[in-house]
Design a protein around this ligand. Sequence first.
Ligand code: 5AD
Ligand code: SF4
Length: 443
Amino acid sequence: MKSTVYIETMGCQMNVADSERAATNLRRAGYDLATSAEAADVVLVNTCSIRERAEQKVYKRIRQLRGLSSRKPLIGVMGCVAQLEGEAILAKAPDVDMIIGTRATDRISTLIERLRDGERAVIDLDERGPGESWDVSPVERHSPFVAFVPIIEGCNKFCSFCIVPYSRGRERSRTATEIVNEVKRLRELGFREVHLIGQNVNSYRPRSEEGLEKSTGATPFCRLLRAVAATGMARIKFTTSFPRDFHPDIVAAIEEWPNLCDWVHLPVQSGSNRILKGMRRGHLVADYFRSVDAIKNSKRRMSLTSDIIVGFPGETDADFRETMNLVERCQYDGLFIFKYSSRPGTPASRFMDDVPESLKKTRFLELEARQFELQNTIYRSYIGRAVSVLVEGQSARSEKDLTGHSTCHKVVNFQSDSTQLGEILNVRITEAKSYSLYGQQVN
Ligand code: 5AD
Ligand code: SF4
């Protein structure tokens, strides 16, 4: 019987994509993929280290896994915690067998073999190998309709609070040919939506022009957007965009191509120039507003979402007020709010983490409450309008309802008896809920 592997994924879309890639390689090497940790001979935990809490969760989960199964599976730690902590993981969790860095997804079967040959703990924190490429089998995708397509890995920005440049290394862009061919293949396989993903998609900068020759645009990313749109894939989303590299030609491309979706995720992090400087973001509030205006003034009604950190070292009440003002001005369709968490090894970890936890919480709650009100108004403005929805599954709330995402990336639930999963249809919105829209199929 074949050995079975179970992969548990924490964190961001890049981890989801890495798990899909690892699963593809493991199956090719003769393993079966298990659907639960209890049933597996090897359990891999793909980890996140963006905030301290995410990292604590990893160690808790490893302890749980140990007690879970009488099979005593081999345990591997993949992803950002693996890359950052390396061998030090063994001091905290001695019964971990494998430490698999962020670029070692294609070599896991070799690591398992080394363990079976008698080695004690195996560690691979190396770069990707020369023959290794993004190759994901459709059966390993997280959805039969929506596919994540990484276009750039790593990050060169070194925002002072952020661990990503250390856990994922320098920016490396895939060639446009590779990306476009993958999207064409996905389309033939029946996928309806792709998400071009990367820490900073709009910093896309491939080594060669290969695959971009026919498409115009102000930056390589704008040219890639147009090249991907020309494949005819029904819906194309992209995330995350970095403000400093946000060119208004991105908006122009979205206006030209209906299959480029009307949603931009553009994290601002703070509304205070003083804090933005401390964060080393390389943009000021006014620069950010220029991009926001380009998005908001588009002919298409565009959805805008963001990330904000409260309680960065030195953040005063006045700084926080500026963040509140910014949120008022930006009218976000969605906002992820985080309390600052000091990450060892980042430049900001040398600053005093001087905003007390209680104040971080107060600011978090105030911002969350205001965003909730603003967002409700935006959600209510959809009532009476029709949005295009990709039908992704049964609604969790009601058996009668189906659920999916709009092109503007909102969750839409609706009533239907005849619809097939994977269809794209128009839904007229009748109700706005807190974090979703409700409606009826338009015939
Ligand atoms: N503390 C709190 N939030 C953080 N983020 C990144 N690093 C930290 C940190 N040290 C947030 C940022 C980023 C999102 C993915 O996570 O807002 O955009
Ligand atoms: Fe982190 Fe800044 Fe890079 Fe985003 S751009 S991954 S916040 S360092």
